[in-house]
Design a binder for this molecule. Structure first.
Ligand code: NAD
Ligand code: MG
Length: 389
């Protein structure tokens, strides 16, 4: 579509980091909002709703939704509440694009519903794809929507693959900044706090994903995400440390030519591209300044000090419920770390031990994956409390 101003989007997870950056893209491109959803922060969500005037607003927290309904009584916005309300909002939108910026497994039902009437799903969520990517991608295809990745690495790979034959791909090269603790050794990691982990060198993101970047778990998730999105085995996905986060990822073809997408580290570029593809609209993020950018560096990840990246490859290979258990355990461990209850390296142990206790390889149904997610949260919680100092 050429005229972006007539585009309507549905935004799931508006109050989050990706959600608020999507609203900044909407400002820049003149997009209108058909549906907006959020979790529990009704005050913040009310301000967003007043500004963007969606037809439907939904909140997963039913009490927050009830408060929102009262505070928006002077508007013509319809408010739905509870996780069923979020799903109902997804079922009722026929927006041009649905941006899925809800974190965790809660994104599953809304994304499947939205795929039935929306032309396009712009997928930011990664936990649900890691846990149940095979099922979810098939459901989105059945729904009839096309899927565009928002995660910057996957957007870069999507762009690098354009115009090439899938059979000519030799490997995907996922770049990783290495996070704030790059170069540190195990003994140094043990003393680190949430404040240290939240100081990401290049990207500005939500807290959970920022800690996942520091442990390299995020890169492990992205390997599995890439497997599903591009139907490539883990053995053909290589992680490359690239501190500057300018090269967002690359594809190497069998003639050994490498195609990459480069830009400043700002998620709004990938969000906008997913919405406007194949068009490119004037950027709302900055551009690379070649006069000040003196070098682009590359290296190999230290998987001995940061074991969760190598562990993610093992979980991917085992399949079944292992990726789901790994992701759920990580969410619990990162939560405990952010509250100061466990140390940074304890995250490694909680994740790996939980998969050891309740991960099952092989085939797993969608319902088994959802049940494994629930069990993993309980087990990971028990393990975290045992560690608590
Ligand atoms: P966030 O925690 O900042 O925001 C999450 C959003 O989801 C919030 O609006 C919250 O209200 C909503 N939400 C949470 N639980 C919900 C539930 N049960 N039901 C309905 N809504 C719920 O997270 P984020 O950093 O914006 O990340 C969102 C997703 O995008 C994650 O899956 C993350 O891995 C992925 N992602 C984020 C970035 C980034 O730069 N932040 C980059 C790539 C991918
Ligand atoms: Mg990423």
């Amino acid at each position: 579509m050429n005229d972006m101003t007539s585009q309507r989007i549905a935004l799931f997870g508006a109050t989050g980091s990706i959600g608020s950056q999507t609203l900044s893209v909407a400002d820049s491109l003149g997009l209108s909002l058909d549906v907006m959803t959020a979790g529990s922060r009704d005050r913040e969500f009310e301000v967003q709703c007043r500004k963007y005037r969606p037809r439907i607003a939904a909140m997963a927290d039913a009490d927050a939704a009830a408060r929102l309904r009262v505070s928006l009584a002077d508007t013509d916005i319809t408010v739905y509440g509870g996780s069923d309300g979020v799903v109902e909002a997804a079922a009722e939108t026929d927006a041009d694009a649905a941006v899925i910026a809800i974190s965790g497994m809660a994104a599953c039902r809304p994304m499947i519903e939205a795929s039935r009437r929306c032309r396009r799903i712009c997928m930011a969520n990664k936990e649900a794809i890691v846990a149940a990517g095979g099922y979810l991608l098939a459901a989105i295809r059945d729904g009839g929507a096309e899927l565009l990745p928002v995660d910057s690495e996957h957007s870069a790979i999507f762009q690098s693959l354009a115009g090439n034959r899938k059979s000519d791909v030799e490997k995907l090269l996922l770049t990783a900044s290495g996070g704030p603790f790059y170069g540190k050794k195990r003994a140094e990691l043990e003393k680190l706090t949430a404040k240290d982990a939240l100081a990401h060198p290049t990207w500005s993101m939500g807290k959970k994903i920022t800690v996942d970047s520091a442990t390299l778990m995020n890169k492990g998730f992205e390997v599995i995400e890439a497997m599903h999105l591009f139907s490539v085995p883990a053995s053909k996905i290589e992680v490359v440390i690239h501190r500057e986060s300018i090269v967002h990822s690359m594809v190497q073809f069998r003639d050994h030519a490498i195609i990459a997408e480069l830009g400043v580290p700002d998620m709004r570029t990938a969000i906008a591209y997913a919405i406007t593809y194949p068009a490119r609209e004037p950027g709302c993020a900055g551009s690379v300044d070649w006069r000040t950018l003196s070098s682009l560096t590359f290296g190999v990840p230290d998987t001995e000090t940061f074991p969760l990246l190598a562990f993610a490859y093992k979980a991917a290979e085992a399949g079944g419920t292992c990726p789901a258990v790994m992701s759920a355990a990580d969410e619990i461990a990162v939560g405990a770390f952010l509250r100061g209850e466990i140390g940074f390296t304890d995250i490694f142990d909680v994740v790996m031990d939980t998969v050891g206790i309740c991960g099952r390889g092989g085939e797993a149904s969608f319902d088994e994956i959802v049940a494994a997610d629930t069990e993993a949260r309980i087990r990971a919680g028990e393990l975290s409390r045992r560690i608590e100092r």
